[in-house]
Ligand binder design. Structure first.
Ligand code: NAD
Length: 368
C-alpha cells in the first residue's frame, strides 16, 4: 500500500530546502521499493497570502490522514504585522496539536568533516551525540488564558498535567534504552510548580527503567553545561519552551542551524522538519543549506516507515558530501567548495544512488 505523505514547503527558504529533500525522498523510495503518494499544500505566510489563514482546515485534515508530514519552515517579516492568532507560526502549533505529535526529537551530532565549522573547540564537540526529547503539545506555548490586556499587560499560562509528562518521559526512556541509557531531565523545579510535578512524574516513570541512569538538571545550568561539556549528555528530556531554546543551543555544536533535523512523533503520526526557521535574510538566493531537511527525510524513513536501511544510506551520503569538501555558505570553513542549495541536494542524491546500488538496493518503482 502506498504511504501517504503531505508536504508543506512554507515560507522563505522552506520551498528551497524542501525541494531538495523531496528529491532525496522520491529517489530513496524508488530505489527502496517504497510506494509513495505525495501531496503538497501551502502553509504559513504562503497560505495567509492565498486563503487569509495560516493553515486551511481541509489541509490539516489531509495531514491527519497521512502517514507522515514533511514541513519546511514558516514565517517572515511580511507577516509579522498580522494579528497574533493568525500568524504563520500558529500553523505549526495547529499541525503539532492536530497530529498529536507530542514528542519532538532533535539529535545534535556533529559531522566529523565539519568539526572546524563549530564555534567551539574541536575537542569539546568531537564526541557529542545528544538527543533532545522536547515535549511539544503542552506547556506555555498552548496554555490558557493567554493574551494582551488593553495593550498594557501580556500574559501566558504554563500548565502540565501528569499524563503529558508521563508519556513524554516514557518516550525519552524508550529512546535512551536504544542509546547510552542516560537521561538528563531538565526543569526549573527550584521555582516552578509545573517543574516540581515534572520531576516527581519523571522519577516515577524512571522506576520502570532500572537500566537507565537518570539525572535532573536546572535549565539555566543545562544551558551552561551544553557549552562547557556537551559530551556528558545522552538524552535530554525537557518541556516545550526549555526544549525549544536548548535544542537551538545544541545545534550550534554542529556548526549551523542548517544541519539539524527533527522528528515530531506521537503514538501514530510523524511530522518531520528542520529545526531552523524560514531564514528570510537568505531566502531566494539559492544558498540555504538543505541538509537539515534532507536529514529530516532520513528520520521520516526511520521513524514512520521503519526503513533504517534507507535512512542510514541518506546519512552516509550526507557524510560523504561533507568529506568531499562540499559546503553551503553557512558551513563554509574554507576547506572546500561552496555550492548552492540545489547542487548540495543533487550531490547527496548521487551519493545515495551509488551507495544504494552497491548494497543491492535498486528496484526502480514509480511514485506518484
Ligand atoms: P532562522 O532559523 O530562520 O534563521 C536564523 C539564522 O540562521 C539566519 O541567519 C539564517 O540565515 C540562518 N539559517 C537558518 N536556516 C538556515 C539554513 N538552512 N541554511 C543556512 N542558514 C540558515 O530564525 P529567525 O531568523 O529567528 O526566524 C526567521 C523566521 O522564521 C521568523 O518568522 C520565525 O518566526 C520563523 N521560524 C519558523 C520556524 C519553523 O517554521 N519551524 C522556526 C523558527 C523560526
Amino acid at each position: 500500500m502506498k504511504k501517504r505523505i503531505v508536504v508543506f514547503p512554507g515560507d522563505g527558504i522552506g520551498p528551497e530546502v524542501v525541494g531538495q529533500a523531496k528529491k532525496v525522498l522520491v529517489r530513496a523510495a524508488e530505489m527502496g521499493s517504497l510506494a509513495l503518494d505525495v501531496q503538497e499544500f501551502p502553509i504559513g505566510g504562503a497560505s495567509i497570502d492565498i486563503f487569509g489563514v495560516p493553515l486551511k482546515e481541509e489541509y490539516l485534515k489531509v495531514a491527519k490522514r497521512a502517514d507522515a508530514v514533511l514541513l519546511g519552515a514558516v514565517g517572515g517579516p511580511k507577516w509579522d504585522v498580522v494579528e497574533p492568532s493568525i500568524r504563520p507560526e500558529q500553523a505549526l502549533l495547529a499541525l503539532r496539536k492536530g497530529l498529536k505529535t507530542y514528542a519532538n526529537l532533535r539529535p545534535a551530532r556533529p559531522y566529523s568533516a565539519l568539526l572546524k565549522a563549530s564555534t567551539l573547540k574541536e575537542e569539546v564537540v568531537k564526541d557529542v551525540d545528544i538527543l533532545v526529547v522536547r515535549e511539544l503539545t503542552g506547556g506555555i506555548y498552548f496554555g490558557r488564558p493567554r493574551g494582551i490586556k488593553d495593550g498594557k499587560k501580556g500574559y501566558n499560562t504554563l500548565v502540565y498535567d501528569r499524563k503529558e509528562i508521563e508519556r513524554i518521559a516514557r518516550k525519552a526512556f524508550d529512546l535512551a534504552m536504544l542509546r547510552k541509557k542516560h537521561v538528563t531531565s531538565v526543569d526549573k523545579a527550584n521555582i516552578l510548580e509545573t517543574s516540581m510535578l515534572w520531576r516527581e512524574v519523571v522519577k516515577e516513570v524512571a522506576a520502570g527503567y532500572p537500566a537507565i541512569r537518570l539525572d535532573h538538571m536546572y535549565v539555566d545550568n543545562c544551558a551552561m553545561q551544553i557549552i562547557r561539556s556537551p559530551g556528558q549528555f545522552d538524552v535530554i528530556l525537557t518541556d516545550n519552551m526549555f526544549g525549544d531554546i536548548l535544542s537551538d543551543e545544541a545545534s550550534m555544536l554542529t556548526g549551523s542551524l542548517g544541519m539539524l533535523p527533527s522528528a515530531s512523533i506521537g503514538d501514530k503520526k510523524g511530522l518531520f522538519e528542520p529545526i531552523h526557521g524560514s531564514a528570510p535574510d537568505i531566502a531566494g538566493k539559492g544558498i540555504a543549506n538543505p541538509i537539515a531537511t534532507i536529514a529530516s527525510v532520513a528520520m521520516m524513513l526511520e521513524y514512520s516507515f521503519s526503513r533504517v536501511d534507507l535512512s542510514a544510506l541518506i546519512e552516509e551520503a550526507i557524510q560523504e558530501v561533507l568529506q568531499d569538501g562540499l559546503r553551503t555558505k553557512d558551513i563554509d570553513d574554507g576547506s572546500g567548495d561552496v555550492v548552492s542549495t540545489e547542487r548540495m541536494g543533487e550531490e547527496i542524491v548521487k551519493r545515495f544512488e551509488h551507495r544504494a546500488s552497491q548494497r543491492g538496493i535498486g528496484n526502480v518503482g514509480k511514485t506518484k
